[in-house]
Design a protein around this ligand. Structure first.
Ligand SMILES: Cc1ncc(COP(=O)(O)O)c(C=O)c1O
Length: 390
């Protein structure tokens, strides 16, 4: 296969070879069900590996192992957190606060709760996608039971002031959930320091396998289980454990903890060089979201005015460069991005977005080649475009 430059790490990451090696024996000789650990020595070994993974995930976010529940990924964790907390606390109040720039897993979950009498309040975001913690404070009433604010936006990379929002929630005795799917192992996350009660994470965003994730639930948070059955995961999430996936997630968490700073630095350096170059080389290009430290290290979301993103992405793909449109998570939708709309990107630019998300194995030596290809295709598309008068 010819060389591929993969630049869509916010959509998913490759499984790290070390993670894959760790998982392998659990597909074959160590296949047993950890639930039968009292009677079977293979099960006991698998159970120990699962608990080791739980510890690694807990250490990564400064939680206790018993506060980690394994799930099938970010979507399930978000659903479980929001619905579980809403139903467990409905006697206390019916108001939930969130933002218009959440991932669909949060937005659709809270929308579904409206049918059960819950009222959803949306805290506004500014032109860069930031929530003002004071606006959260203003929306909290005696009926508020939960606030959910994404840690960093998957489309535009804005890192929200989660710690300040968590402190406000703690002071007002309101539970606080964050979707940290894009930040785990990419930025330091500490649930204690950040006053987080519930946190969603997903393995495939940090070099682990797909279809597995975790929900952190602080001890004593009132929450109802939504998946009933055999009582696995301390009764919160029934179903035979995805042992290989969990073991992969645990290994990815361990490596993520060890290598986080180094990855963050080299990825942010790639981002800054790339961004400077693309803004210099191509006219009428602008960045969505903030610059610098308040942006995810690996995220570049730009509007290239006067073109549509699909032909550009297809042409780049032909050259072996894989980048993204706004977001990958809403399976082939043609609607404009709700995030770009919420931050006020003009209507005519909504389909001109490309998202480049950098990973630990991208090479700075490739930047010139990538920018050259984007420039060449942009020039060709603009020459054909009835909307481009440059
Ligand atoms: C911020 C955010 N939350 C949730 C999800 C969903 O995670 P999963 O793919 O593991 O269901 C994604 C996936 O892209 C995401 O970026």
């Amino acid at each position: 296969m010819s060389r591929i430059i993969y630049l869509d790490h916010a959509a998913t990451t490759p499984v790290d070879k070390r993670v894959f090696e760790k998982m392998k024996p659990y597909f074959t000789e160590l296949f047993a069900n950890p639930a039968t650990r009292w009677t079977s020595s293979i099960s006991k070994k698998v159970d120990e590996a699962v608990e080791e993974a739980r510890k690694n995930v807990a250490v990564l976010i400064n939680a206790l192992p018993e506060e980690i529940v394994f799930t099938s990924g970010g979507t399930e964790s978000d659903n479980a957190a929001l619905k579980g907390v809403a139903f467990a606390n409905k006697d206390k109040g019916n108001e939930i606060i969130t933002t218009p720039t959440e991932h669909e897993a949060v937005l659709k979950s809270v929308e579904s709760l409206q049918d059960f009498g819950f009222v959803i309040k949306y805290v506004p975001v500014d032109r860069k996608g930031f929530v003002d913690p004071d606006d959260v404070k203003k929306l909290i009433t005696s009926k508020t039971i939960l606030v959910s604010v994404i840690h960093a936006n998957n489309e535009i990379g804005t890192i929200e002031p989660v710690r300040e929002i968590g402190a406000i929630c703690k002071e007002r005795n309101v539970l606080f959930h964050t979707d940290a799917v894009q930040t785990i192992a990419h930025l330091p996350v500490d649930v204690e320091q950040m006053n987080i009660d519930l946190l969603s994470l997903s393995s495939h965003k940090f070099y682990g396998p797909k279809g597995v994730g975790a929900l952190y639930i602080r001890k004593d948070v009132p929450i109802v289980p939504y998946m009933n059955g055999g009582g696995q995961e301390r009764g919160f999430r029934s179903g035979t454990l995805n042992t290989t996936g969990i073991i992969g997630l645990g290994e990815a968490a361990k490596l993520g903890k060890k290598e986080q700073k180094q990855r963050e630095n080299s990825i942010a350096e790639f981002r800054d060089i790339f961004l400077a170059k693309i803004l210099e080389e191509i006219p009428a290009v602008y960045l969505n979201g903030p610059e610098g430290d308040r942006r995810l290290p690996g995220n570049i979301s730009i509007i290239i005015q006067g073109i549509r993103n699909e032909p550009l992405l297809v042409a780049l793909n032909e050259k072996g460069i894989i980048a993204g449109g706004g977001s990958a998570c809403s399976a082939g939708k043609k609607n404009p991005s709700h995030v770009l709309q919420a931050i006020g990107v003009p209507e005519e630019d909504l389909f001109s977005v490309i998202r480049i998300t950098i990973g630990k194995d991208n090479k700075k030596e490739d930047i010139d080649f990538i920018v050259e290809n984007i420039k060449e295709t942009t020039n060709q598309l603009r020459a054909l475009s009835p909307f481009w008068e440059g």
